[in-house]
Structure formats: C-alpha cells, structure tokens
Design a protein around this ligand. Sequence first.
Ligand SMILES: O=C(O)C(=O)C[C@H](O)[C@@H](O)CO
Length: 267
Amino acid sequence: MPAPVNPFKAAIREDRFQLGLWVALASPYAAEVVSASGYDWLLIDGEHGPNDIPLLSAQVQAVMRSGSHPMVRLPCGEAWMIKQILDAGAQTLLIPMVESVEQAKALVKAVRYPPHGIRGVGAALGRASEFSRIGDYLQTANEQVCLLLQIESRAGLEALDDIASLEGVDGLFIGPSDLAADMGYLGQPGHPAVTAAITDAFQRIAKAGKASGIMTLDLGQAHIYRSLGASFMAIGTDVTLLVAATEKLRSDFISSESGSAKPVSGY
Ligand SMILES: O=C(O)C(=O)C[C@H](O)[C@@H](O)CO
C-alpha cells in the first residue's frame, strides 16, 4: 500500500487552479470549522500564527477529515521541523523567505528520503504512514510531498530562475507583503512596482514549468493575480474574516435598532 496521493500536488501538476484560505487562529477547532467551507487548500500558518509542531499537527488532522487540503507553512526551513511535520502527516509544505538556490537545494533534500535526501526514517511512528500500516510508505513518500518555496525579497527574485529550475521544487509562492517591505513599500503590497515585480516573477515561474502561488485580501487584486496566471491563491484569512464579520454584525444591529429601543450598552 503506497503513500496517500497528494491531491494538491496532482492538481497543480495538471494546471488546475487551487483556491485557498489562510488559517492563523492556531486552533484545530477553528481549522475544522473552516475546512468544510469549500476551499481547495488551507494554509496552516506556523510562521505568523502562534503555532508549534503539536498544534500544527492537530490542525492537519482536523483539516484532513474535510475536502480541503492542509498546506503547512513552517516558521523557517529547518530540517528537523520538516521531518516532524511530514511524519505527522502533512504532505504540502510552504517554506518562507527562500533567497538562494543553495537554500532551495537543502530544502529539497530535507523533504526526501535517502538516497535523494536526508529526511530521517521514523514515519512508522507517525500519521504519515498511518502509524506503520502503510507498508510501502518509505518507497513512495517522496513523490507525494509537495514543496512550495516563498520568494518574498529582492534577493529571492534574483535567485528565482535557479530556484524554479530545481527538480523537487513544485512551486513558488510570492509573498507580496514581505516583498513590498523589502522593496521599500512597507504595507503597500498592491503598489505598482510590487505588482510589476510579481508579474515578472509569475512569467519566470511559468517559463520554468512550475506552479505560482500568492495571497491577497483584496478581491480586485485577486482577479489581477489570476489574470497573471496564479496557479494557487489564498483570498482571505480566518483572523481578518472573523474581525470583519463580528464587527459588521454589531454595527448592523445597532444601525437597525429603532430610535425608541433601549441603547445597547457600550456605545
Ligand atoms: O509576504 C506575504 O505577503 C506573505 O508571506 C503572506 C503573509 O505572511 C500572510 O500572513 C498574510 O499577511
């Protein structure tokens, strides 16, 4: 019995667009709630969400029961973190702030078993092999791991062609917020200079035959990125959606109250 097929990796290989959502509440319960909302993938954010490996693993577990595919962003590309989260059952990893082909080569090795990599052999203890019930896991796991690297600085853009050309790199995700910051446009991910850099990056990623990913909270920008050829894209986050929905509900109630009603306390 082989390792489970990675549906996200299969989809981007067949150039089927994948729509995603950012999950940063660091709650398996909240991740499970969102996982039934119909998104192709959910990014479980270990970089900006207050997550550790056990919590990331619990969210992977919660999401796997739904139709969404869990994509885990680690805080950085440490081989021991990669080993633990792959053994815990994650199949798709997003690694932030990749800025050199040497860094990318090390990450490809970290997600692969020898002789093609350095991933430690211990999945028999983890959900990845269904706790050793998948007999052929070691021989079939490499093919089902999807490695996505973040290009989000001028150095990353400089190294993009070499990184994209690497066998074992399945896609590149452009981080518009950090790229804007590095380019001198902190807080302006939609700045024309940033969009121009993203456009060029998408063209180079496509030329290398790899998938291109991005995220935005602005639907207008999302359609621009789609027109530029984004293969996978997140269009919101659980945190910002929760803030917006709760504040709107309160505001709607207050504005819908008739003048005679006793005012709600606190406003
Ligand atoms: O640089 C970016 O943009 C990203 O990598 C995405 C952000 O980290 C995400 O947290 C939304 O702000």
